[in-house]
Design a protein around this ligand. Sequence first.
Ligand code: SF4
Ligand code: SF4
Length: 442
Amino acid sequence: MSERKATAAPGAFTGPDAPALQDILRCVHCGLCLNHCPTYVELGLETESPRGRLYLMRAVSQGRIPVSENVVRHLDLCLQCRNCQDVCPSGVRYGQIMEQARAEILRDGRRAPASWRASRFVLRRFFSHPERLRYLMTALGLYQRSGFQGLLRRSRLLNLLPGPWRNLEQLVPRVSARPFVARGVVGSPADDPPRFRVALLSGCMMPYVFANVHEATVRLLVRHGCKVVVPPEQVCCGALHLHAGDREEAKRLARRNIDVFLAEDVDAIIVNVAGCGAAMKEYGELLKDDPPYAEKASRFSALVKDVTEFLADLPLSDGLGPLHQVVTYQDPCHLLHAQGIKSQPRALLQAIPGLELVELSHPDQCCGSGGLYNIIHPQMAQRLLQRKMQDVAATGAQVIATANAGCALQLEAGLRRYGLPGRVAHVVELLDEAYRTGARPG
Ligand code: SF4
Ligand code: SF4
């Protein structure tokens, strides 16, 4: 196919966040990524592969085709799991190209699917505002605990809702009765001065849905000599906004977090959600064309550490008790493919006496969670989840360890759906459990 100069076809990528044509052209069409792409593996269609999607984005960038409904449909089915990026010998930065393409499509609202526009609306209205999210989660907790949810589900009234809203009701996580609301200094080691001063990303949903993971994280950090601060003015990291194509709002949130976290003057910014960590490690890239923030954003990104990455770098303190459990580990896409973190969570699990780590046959394959993907594309998400749960069942594991909130929710749904025994736990929950076992009087 000859390279034609970009001409302005209707819908060509021309806005401020357009993916650069030279980035797309790094793809040499070798096809090495194809069998690593979950949607290609499921559907066997070139247009549902990384190479096919890059080809479409290239044609749009060059003005050869408009952003048609068809083009958008193929881009929309991508999970943004970045498995293709991880294996690409040409260094195609697929994740960023896809985020930029989505931003361009969303910018001109007429071409974006209704689900993208709805996601932008909900994310901007609630997730961008911690106070509004708090009210929403409080109301959700009441709905769940009052028995109204059970009543509504039994009444079958939910069947009257449009598909995505029905999925949302089914997949919406259980709100913790005791959210993690602590702010400021939340833990200090006995040693003074502490070895490290670190800041914890509280996140949008984590305090309400996985308060226990935050509590375990703080205990482990304190045990390893960290003074832990949760900056009160922080906001959502913007990862979901980025995935949904709302780069403008993601940049606004990034600027706020940069100001808030850098003011704390910490040795590291600790994140226990792979998707958030991946987005925050890319703030430098996101704001590279924003002169007042470009340098600060790079500095911020360099400080971000996944909690498993941070702890695995330290000598683990004494006191681990035994956990006699068979555990398998599911690599979150945004930890493995976006951050390159593979050995650290496994090393932490293997440090626990009595714990037997059994590998999945395909630990690097997406579980189908993908941010809001399992709500927007329930069928594809279910197909991927089914594969994942077959893989899990073959290990005989009692625990699926992971390190991302979305994966944990999806895997929990998988255990329920396929009637499998066991539980899902964050790596830090298991490590913390082992320390607490070790501390019990024998
Ligand atoms: S592996 Fe990289 S270069 Fe090869 S087809 Fe996939 S994206 Fe293109
Ligand atoms: S990000 Fe995942 S789903 Fe999308 S093209 Fe790459 S491998 Fe396929």
